[in-house]
Design a protein around this ligand. Structure first.
Ligand code: P6P
Length: 338
């Protein structure tokens, strides 16, 4: 008989969940499981450092020296290094790419190359660290295109989002959560820091078909296209559509605004504007992975005119306008921008 004092979820760690999922994947070699073990380790390391951020000398800009005489790294630099260290040696990836680094990051020749390409934003929203607002790591996994005799390169990174084999994020908030999809379903795991394990707390997350929350930085509204302004104004008008007026919520960290949208529904937007004609958010390691998660949870993600996952990337740090969330709310947006 199971002990009722031990919660059911304590049987399901992230590692066991991935192993279980991989059992149903023909030809699974275990490489994917190892990749996720490394991502989870990086998340624990970064989360631990982020949680100390308020303490003396951990916060701050590169070049400060803390009480131990170590050079204080900005947390996003630390997060970037943590991900590279956790992922480069395992033999599961052939190439890395990071928001923090101009070019793709080759794997040192002393390590074996694997079949995956991993791209990430190591610490999205890092400007919010100083005010103790949730931040996160976003990652996207593709399969290598270059042959075994070729040197992995940009071509392995510049793949459309629908080719992703996995996507996810780790949000460092009131708790540390690991959320991922391999395309069919979205699962969320919450870290129990006393045990050091991520436990399955949010199995099979579904995005409500329509929400009641819109999330956009209205401080930019003077720079938007008129149709974007009209769309936002309409969501505030009683009777202009189901459930309106919507509530406004904007945290200013994509991971946090998206996580709320994923769980509660509604729509998050970072539109293009007359200063940023391509928008602000990055396609390969922000919009694409979030779009894979949104669609796997029953939602949608668009530039306003094109499905995010259909875009053929032109360059590594390419920006893109992003509207993402509940299917019906995204459809309303696309009609508004028609
Ligand atoms: P703004 C954080 O700097 C970030 O890259 C995303 O996480 C977030 O959604 C966006 O920028 C916020 O930008 O211009 O509203 O401060």
């Amino acid at each position: 008989m199971s002990d009722s004092t031990v919660p059911e979820i304590y049987g399901w760690t992230l590692e066991r969940h991935i192993l279980e999922q991989q059992r149903h994947v023909a030809g699974a070699s275990g490489e994917f499981t190892k990749l996720f073990q490394q991502l989870a380790l990086a998340g624990k390391i970064i989360g631990s450092r982020v949680n100390q951020a308020g303490l003396a000398d951990v916060l701050g800009v590169t070049g400060d020296v803390n009480v131990q005489g170590e050079e204080v790294q900005k947390l996003d630099v630390f997060a970037n290094h943590a991900l590279i260290r956790c992922l480069e040696a395992g033999g599961q990836v052939c190439l890395l790419a990071s928001e923090e680094v101009d070019d793709p990051i080759p794997i040192p020749t002393r390590f074996p190359l694997g079949k995956y390409v991993l791209m990430f934003d190591p610490l999205d929203g890092s400007s919010n660290i100083d005010v103790n607002i949730s931040i996160g790591t976003i990652f996207s996994v593709h399969e290598r295109l270059s042959g075994a005799t070729e040197k992995p390169g940009l071509r392995d990174c510049l793949q459309p989002g629908h080719k992703q084999v996995a996507a996810g994020y780790i949000i460092y908030g009131s708790s540390t959560m690991f959320v991922y999809t391999t395309g069919k379903a979205v699962h969320g795991f919450t870290l129990d820091p006393t045990v050091g394990e991520f436990f399955l707390s949010h199995p099979n997350i579904r995005l409500p078909e329509r929400g009641k929350i819109y999330s956009v930085n209205e401080g930019n509204s003077a720079k938007w296209d008129d149709r974007v302004r009209s769309w936002v104004d309409a969501m505030k008008q009683e009777g202009s559509g189901p459930g309106r007026p919507y509530s406004s919520r904007y945290i200013g960290t994509l991971v946090a605004d998206f996580h709320r949208t994923l769980l509660k529904g509604g729509i998050f937007a970072y539109p293009a504007d007359n200063r940023n004609p391509e928008g602000k958010l990055r396609l390969l390691y922000e919009a694409s992975p979030m779009a894979m998660i949104a669609e796997a949870a029953g939602g949608a993600a668009t530039t306003g005119h094109e499905r995010i996952l259909d875009l053929q990337p032109r360059e590594l740090h390419q920006r893109v306008p992003l509207y993402i969330g509940s299917k019906l709310d995204v459809e309303d947006l696309e009609r508004a921008l028609g």
